[in-house]
Design a protein around this ligand. Sequence first.
Ligand code: AR6
Length: 173
Amino acid sequence: MPIVVITADLTRLALDAIVNAANPGLLGGGGVDGAIHRAAGPDLLAVCRALPEVAPGVRCPTGEARITPGFRLPARYVIHTVGPVWHGGRAGEAVLLASCYRSSMALAVQHQLHSVGFPAISCGVYGYPPEQAAVVAIAALRDELADRPNLDVQLCCFDQAMSAIWQHALNQA
Ligand code: AR6
């Protein structure tokens, strides 16, 4: 099964990589970002701080991704991506969200990874409606996985309600 939906704490997954729903500064925050930094330990913040800024305070523009080691996490790598803030859906949010999944998968392929766990990017603080995010994410991932049977993707939801939404979208896709 190349794509599965699971209910779990992303920081506990022993995969080749987990994806962080970060902000452009890449210096940590709340939500899954905070949980990943706490679990990875201070070395993660140090390598993130050392990533080049492409604009003042911006180490990763919205829709792009960066990769670091996972340090104390069970995952070998963290792929940091920055989802769009939801502004109602007419501000290019879907294109930017799809780009997060595509950019993250491109890094996974470059690093020859076989398993990647994603959180529901933008579905927390950034306010993206999860029903819509799930459809965008799964379409982008299906496309990326089309000729990559060796890459497994786990869509990691934090609670059952979110899992039900993502599983429904996966069933409909
Ligand atoms: N494992 C799996 N999913 C989780 C976990 C966890 N440990 N913790 C939270 N989630 P959010 P965003 C879910 O807000 O919307 C941060 O401050 C959560 O329930 O983490 O992209 C960053 O620094 C939700 O469904 O990310 C940015 O500033 C999903 O992960 C901003 O938040 C994403 O929620 C990014 O906002």
